[in-house]
Design a protein around this ligand. Structure first.
Ligand code: FAD
Length: 496
């Protein structure tokens, strides 16, 4: 069964193209270099080319290779229990209405873009529902938060759903789509607007020279921009230690064919959370089920989480036929709001955008609109309120909580061991194996037995079995060490 998302399964990964007609000339300086071709980077790039700016997008893998190509494809302003949680953290601050405004702006942006460029979407009700009686007050609280923020939600005490549900708050008229179709259409528009793309090139550092930032990386990469946007998920250059203000949250998705998939996009309010929706792909009726979120590289084995999701799906959707199971991660900031804005340090021309708590199809698009707007002199009306905020004293407990979690993650990884001998692929490739020590800050990596990867419990960097960086703040491959000879009878891809 493939660990690739159902969206990519049907297409196969596009080849990377490090050199080609998009490669910049030796003295070329772009108005903006955007690092990362997920929804954030592509929205930023597209808004900039629409405003007549010269833009180069630099992508380490291929567009949509990481989180954006592995999502549930819900574009919604009702986002589980986000609004009540933000209300609890921020009270009556104008940041929470600004967050809702940014989500609605992003929803409109996606709807207009998809209509203009023929990306298939369906309008659906979005629901936050109570899977047990205990979850009813949480749903009620979310409903009241949404109402007070001006969203036209309705409350249902006995929602008619294919799973047990004791209450729901429902926001009509949200969107669902194939996120890879969206990414590829955005990329096409960036390029037809004159934007350029380098793929297969990992950025490792930045160097400021007067007004110009040199973006430096693998294989002698040296491209120049007057502005740089790091749309890389976790920031890969980090003068303000943003990584210490973020946690990497991994979760799982399964796709099934189903004769009668649900007509709504739903997310349960409690724990363990379950996210599900119906849909159609290539004329086939589709059911998507997600959940089992956890901090990357921590807790029980990843394959056991997929097993739990599978059991739940079989129990509630017995006619479902499994097509695939995969996982992805997104980042959560200390105060629950997206972390978007200047990277600080000597250069104010470098921006970062992350921290969407698994709602980047709205928050990532909003970040792109705002970052491009800031460069072109047409600021988004909600951007200042939402994004310009300094760390505050009351964030200290949350900050200390993240750091305590980091320490526990390291202790847990050391205690459980790396859980795996060198991969057969690594051994066969040259008698060397990846040293399971993270190249970001030296964390002890844990073997992920679902994705066959090494995952860092500290800040969420992930590496392939052969040590190549997959995602997270790390920018360098794992060191390689001579592999131990295989013992007779230990065949198989891993023995975890
Ligand atoms: C399981 C799951 C389901 C989700 N479902 C939804 C949903 O239904 N709706 C929703 O709104 N949100 C959803 N999300 C969240 C959403 O997918 C993300 O918030 C969003 O995709 C983030 O987009 P991004 O462009 O910031 O990051 P990414 O898509 O991860 O893009 C970052 C890009 O930067 C590149 N990169 C990284 N480092 C470098 C480097 N050093 N040099 C060059 N390039 C680099 C990467 O290769 C990658 O392509 C989900 C998240 C998860 C985990």
């Amino acid at each position: 069964m493939s660990a690739q998302s159902v969206w990519w399964q049907r297409r196969g990964d596009p080849p990377t193209q490090p050199e080609g007609p998009d490669s910049p000339g030796p003295d070329e300086v772009f108005d903006a270099v955007v690092v990362g071709a997920g929804v954030t980077g592509l929205a930023t790039a597209l808004e900039l080319v629409r405003a007549g700016r010269s833009v180069l997008v630099v992508e380490a893998r291929h567009p949509g290779a990481v989180t954006s190509g592995r999502t549930t494809g819900k574009v919604s302003a009702l986002q589980g229990t986000t609004l009540s949680e933000l209300r609890r953290k921020h009270g009556d601050s104008a940041r929470v209405p600004a967050y809702v405004d940014s989500s609605l702006a992003a929803l409109d942006w996606v709807a207009a873009f998809c209509e203009e460029h023929r990306v298939a979407t369906s309008r659906r009700d979005a629901l936050t529902y109570a899977a047990s009686r205990d979850e009813v007050p949480t749903v009620r609280e979310e409903h009241e938060a949404a109402l007070s923020l001006g969203l036209p939600v309705r409350y249902e005490t006995a929602p008619d759903l294919p799973v047990p549900a004791h209450a729901a708050t429902v926001l009509p008229d949200q969107l669902q789509l194939d996120p890879v179709e969206l990414v590829l259409a955005m990329l096409e528009q960036v390029r037809s607007g004159g934007g350029r793309l380098l793929t297969g090139r990992r950025v490792q550092r930045l160097r400021q020279r007067g007004e110009v930032v040199h973006v430096l990386g693998e294989d002698g990469l040296d491209v120049r921009g007057r502005h740089v946007v790091l749309a890389t998920g976790a920031p890969v250059v980090d003068r303000r230690m943003h990584f210490a203000r973020l946690t990497a949250q991994r979760s799982y998705l399964m796709a099934f064919s189903h004769p009668d998939p649900p007509e709504v996009m739903a997310l349960s309010a409690g724990s363990p959370g379950r996210s599900w929706r119906g849909g159609e792909l290539d004329g086939r009726r589709l059911l998507l089920v997600g959940g089992e979120g956890h901090e990357t590289g921590r807790g029980p084995r990843e394959s056991s989480r997929v097993d739990r999701l599978r059991e739940w799906s079989q129990e509630h959707f017995p006619d479902a036929v499994e097509l695939g199971a995969w996982s992805a991660q997104d980042y959560m900031s200390l105060d629950g709001l997206p972390l978007v804005g200047g990277l600080g340090g000597p250069s104010s021309s470098v921006s970062v955008a992350t921290g969407y708590r698994k709602w980047g199809l709205t928050s990532g698009i909003a970040a792109g609109i705002a970052l491009a707007g800031a460069q072109t002199g047409s600021p988004a009306p909600w951007a200042d309120e939402l994004y310009t905020r300094l760390p505050r004293l009351r964030d200290l407990p949350a900050f200390l909580g993240v750091q305590a979690g980091v320490t526990l993650g390291e202790v847990g990884a050391l205690a459980s061991g790396v859980r795996r001998p060198p991969s057969r692929a690594a051994v066969e490739a040259g008698g060397c194996a990846a040293l399971p020590v993270c190249t970001h800050l030296g964390g002890t990596l844990r073997w992920n037995d679902h994705e066959q990867t090494y995952d860092c419990p500290l800040h969420g960097s992930r590496f392939s079995a052969d040590g190549e960086v997959l995602e997270g703040p790390a920018t360098r491959s794992l060191a390689r060490v001579p592999a131990l000879p295989r013992l007779p009878g230990t065949g198989g891809r891993s023995s975890t």
